[in-house]
Design a binder for this molecule. Structure first.
Ligand code: G
Ligand code: G
Ligand code: MN
Ligand code: NA
Length: 254
């Protein structure tokens, strides 16, 4: 069991890193964006995945510090990539509570102001529908405020929560991410395929960008491209990787 104190200390000690997983546009055959995924480079335990430490801080003030750190780190990375003419959209994951807190808007505005060379249009905030579920009105307001700064908002893990269609209809989001649990087995399970096809169709009817996660094979790429899915993300494209590796991979795709 990780204690919050340990995690807070590790954040101060700079032990967290962002990995980046490419998002591939099958029409232009190019990677146009990445999702930032946090990892803990623990001095004794090695590289830890988010599910090994994020649950321990869920709902706490410390979780808000992580959101701010992720935002700042992503913007610094974008600035660095821009200097190498790498103009990738960067999607970050926000904790559910940030979405319903008015002060997240100030955090975002200040962070963007500190990085004037980064285009807000290249930043995307991934939020869970469960976050909106807590307080739909507050979430809608925070999303609108964030979008007024020019950043994009994506509904993450779509299809796994409750009342998904209401959220798709009512929430001011630019993008929908089809949860990987539907995508992974869609080539073997007719019902999973039906869900993926329906979500892609609906998202497009709502004029939203649609991203499939869990794209594990070339067969997935082919089927999702036929469906008209805008962006593909998964091990079949590339695994999440450190910033340096991402840049090398992007400049010299294998
Ligand atoms: O990277 P991985 O597949 O292990 O991520 C597992 C879960 O952790 C995913 O649901 C992802 O959304 C979440 N996650 C990854 N990075 C972050 C982050 O920086 N902040 C938050 N709040 N969640 C994250
Ligand atoms: O919940 P969220 O979508 O943010 O989670 C992203 C997580 O999914 C990351 O931890 C990443 O490692 C994982 N992931 C990314 N691509 C694949 C994939 O193709 N298959 C599986 N099983 N997991 C994936
Ligand atoms: Mn995500
Ligand atoms: Na997701």
């Amino acid at each position: 069991q990780m204690w919050r104190g340990q995690i807070a200390r590790a954040l101060d000690a700079g032990e967290f890193v962002l990995f980046y997983q490419p998002q591939f546009d099958p029409v232009i055959q190019k990677v146009t964006g990445v999702e930032a995924l946090i990892r803990w480079q623990h001095p004794e335990r090695g590289l830890l995945a988010p599910d090994q430490f994020l649950p321990a801080i869920a709902g706490s003030e410390l979780e808000l510090s992580f959101d701010a750190w992720v935002l700042e780190t992503a913007l610094q990375q974008m600035e660095e990539w821009h200097a190498s003419a790498i103009m990738l959209e960067v999607c970050i994951n926000l904790s559910p509570q940030s979405l319903t807190r008015a002060d997240f808007f100030d955090t975002l505005q200040n962070a963007l102001a500190a990085h004037p060379d980064v285009s807000p249009a290249l930043l995307c905030l991934e939020v869970l529908e469960s976050a909106a579920l807590d307080d739909l009105q507050a979430a809608t307001q925070v999303m609108r405020a964030c979008r007024s700064l020019g950043v994009n908002v994506a509904l993450d893990d779509f299809g796994t929560g409750y009342s998904s269609l209401t959220y798709l209809r009512d929430l001011p989001v630019d993008m929908v991410k089809v949860d990987r649990s539907f995508v992974i087995n869609m080539l073997e399970r007719e019902h999973d395929l039906a869900i993926v096809e329906s979500v892609v169709y609906l998202a497009k009817r709502f004029n939203k960008k649609v991203v499939a996660e869990g794209v594990e094979s070339n067969a997935h790429v082919k089927r999702l491209t036929q469906m008209g899915c805008h962006l593909l993300q998964g091990f079949g494209i590339a695994r999440p990787m450190p910033a340096k590796a991402l840049q090398t991979w992007y400049e010299h795709p294998s």
